[in-house]
Design a protein around this ligand. Sequence first.
Ligand code: RB5
Length: 143
Amino acid sequence: MIAVGSDHGGYELKQELMEHLKKRGIEYKDYGCYNGASCDYPVYARKVAEAIVSGECDKGILICGTGIGISIAANKVKGIRAALCHDTFSAQATREHNNANILAMGARVVGPGLALKIADTFLDTEFSNDERHIRRINLIENS
Ligand code: RB5
C-alpha cells in the first residue's frame, strides 16, 4: 500500500499520480489534501510519514510546490527517509542506497510526465541490501 499526500501546490500532480497508480494496479491511500485550497504541507507530510512508521503503508509519495518543505517535514519523523528527487537516477539510487521510504517531488519543478517516471522508478526499485548501505542507514537511524 502506497501512502500519497500533498499540499495545494502538489494537489493536481497528486491527482495525476493516483490515476497512474490505479492504471498500474498499485494500491494507494490518499492522506490529503483533498482540494486545491491553500493548506500547510507539514500536516500532510506527518500523516503520510505516520502511515509508514505504523506499518499501515509500505512507502509514500509526497508532493508540494518544490518538494522541499514536505520532505523536510517528513524527515522529522523517526524511521522516515524521505528523498527529494527530480530525476530517475536519484530515485533509483535512493532506493538502492538509502532504502528511502518516501519519495518527495515538487510539482512546480518537474512536469507530470517526468514525475510519473520518477515515481515508477522509485516504486519499482528494490533496496540493494548491501552491507555498507545497511551500515550507513543504521548510522542515520541510531543518531
Ligand atoms: C506553498 O506555496 C509552497 O511553499 C509549498 O508548496 C512548498 O513548495 C514548500 O516547500
